[in-house]
Design a protein around this ligand. Structure first.
Ligand SMILES: Nc1nc2c(ncn2[C@@H]2O[C@H](COP(=O)(O)OP(=O)(O)OP(=O)(O)O)[C@@H](O)[C@H]2O)c(=O)[nH]1
Ligand SMILES: [Mg+2]
Length: 190
């Protein structure tokens, strides 16, 4: 099982569609995917998760509830999850991280990455919407520092893509399959 997680509206569903060709609901406003949606890709389950954070037309309490549900889903399925693709909006992420840090809070993306590491779930960070990113190298360096990823591992962990324009999606697909092969977990054999 491969899960796609990330804030609302970062392009998780668009990326799954670009990678797999399987129809999933996508949309302009945050909060389109409301519960985990499963599609099949080369005999693997791919799960399109709801986004965490702001969602149009949903009160804060409901947003918190969805975040709790995402965490619970991951904890309950941790054995089966072979890989997480944490999707970021490459343009918005640095600004949002900065804002949260100024408030003295741990940015939700950083928290989620740490959470996945704690559970031992291999994670690729897809830095999406690079068509809108001006200085990609600076962005990747910034994110690596904030996520605590050492420089030599940077290009293994962070993969810049544009789901909308299909840019680098083939590279991401390759990294996903390389990771799956590298981390063949015992749970797969059952
Ligand atoms: N410019 C740009 N826009 C993108 C890209 N990928 C997705 N989008 C747009 O971002 C918006 C949100 O896309 P979704 O795929 O629905 O995002 P999501 O992360 O699944 O959102 P939720 O289900 O609400 O959490 C849509 O308007 C997409 O067209 C990209 O690479 N570049
Ligand atoms: Mg979605």
């Amino acid at each position: 099982m491969i899960i796609f997680v990330g804030r609302s509206n970062v392009g998780k569903s668009t990326l799954i569609f670009a990678l797999t060709g399987k129809w999933v609901k996508r949309g302009k406003r945050p909060g389109v995917t409301r519960r985990p949606v499963e599609v099949n890709w080369r005999n693997r389950k791919v799960i399109d998760m709801p986004g965490f954070g702001f969602m149009s037309g949903l009160p804060k309490a409901k947003q918190e509830k969805i975040k709790d549900e995402i965490v619970r889903f991951i904890e309950e399925n941790a054995e089966e999850i072979e890989l997480a693709v944490l999707v970021l909006d490459g343009k918005a992420a640095p600004e949002i991280i900065e804002r949260w840090e100024k408030r003295g809070e741990m940015p939700i993306d950083v928290e989620f990455y740490a959470f996945l590491q704690e559970l031992g779930i291999p994670t690729i960070v897809a830095v999406n919407k690079v068509d809108r990113v001006k200085n990609l190298d600076a962005t990747l360096n910034y994110l690596a520092e904030k996520f605590g990823v050492p420089a030599p591992k940077m290009y293994q962990v962070f993969v810049p893509v544009s789901a909308k324009f299909g840019r680098n999606v083939d590279v991401l697909a390759r990294k996903i399959w390389e990771s799956l092969e590298r981390n063949q977990r015992t749970s797969n054999t059952t």
